[in-house]
Design a binder for this molecule. Sequence first.
Ligand code: GLV
Length: 317
Amino acid sequence: MKKILITRKLIKDSEDKATKIFEAKLNSNDELYSRAKVIEMSQGCEAVLTSLTDKMDEEMINKLPNTIKVISNFAVGFGNIDLEAAKKKGIAVTNTPEVLSDATAEIGILLILGACRRVSEGIQSAKESNWKWSADYLIGKQLTGTRLGILGMGRIGQKIAAIAKSLGMIIHYHNRSKLSVEKEQGAIYHDSLRSLFEVSDVLSICCPATKETENLINKETLEYFPTGAVITNVARGDIVDDVALIDALNKKKIFAAGLDVYKGEPNLNPGYLKIKSVFILPHLGSATKHTRIAMANLAIDNIYEFFKTGNCKNKVN
Ligand code: GLV
């Protein structure tokens, strides 16, 4: 049996599956392992099943024992792993696409609704019982007839587009390449970011975090949006320059933001906490039992497939 290290506690069904197939080192207390501990624990192992909380940068990868042949990330995003460094060391990196698209799109829609309809302020007022109904009380932005820009029209973006369309939103998108007419489902393609942002009353960020997308939402690009636009992010915090977004919110250039992901999670920029129109969640995108089991099982299957065939369809480097 191959020895593997699983750095975080998984739902029991998945741990049972892992221990049937592998000699798996589990993390029963879900301790947040230090970098040194991951290196120490991975001695003698042939694969590491990582989570997005594990920063597998070049230094870390170079310190892994030479026996490690696979890093299987328990996430669709792999911005926490230096793919090139892994490739140089002969380590395959895999991810868990598709199985989390539905759950993540649900949170993407929640962010749009929460930010547009001033849900944070509403919850606060309801809890304090200090609100007085009036015709103009907590007026938000209605989704029906509003233009939704989707940045990154992969599986999650397409799912958000389909739900938003059913709510009456008009869908625009930017993607590395234009989708087929069948996949577009009537969405309007923009070949530049600027052109997308100029028509985005609401933006949903769904693209991966890469060197190219880092701080894509910044002081300059925020100026492209219509005044009073809403920015939502269900992808990764690294895509947003927080200081620029907080400034645009304070200046009311941006009406509201809906965020599930942050730079330096779990420590989000405290500036967001001072702004009432910000609707924030603690990285819940894929957080349903069904989805987390499916993701973990896929992460385990990815390791199995790699050792059985020498390759894996979810290899990303
Ligand atoms: C969750 O954020 C993921 O990338 O799977």
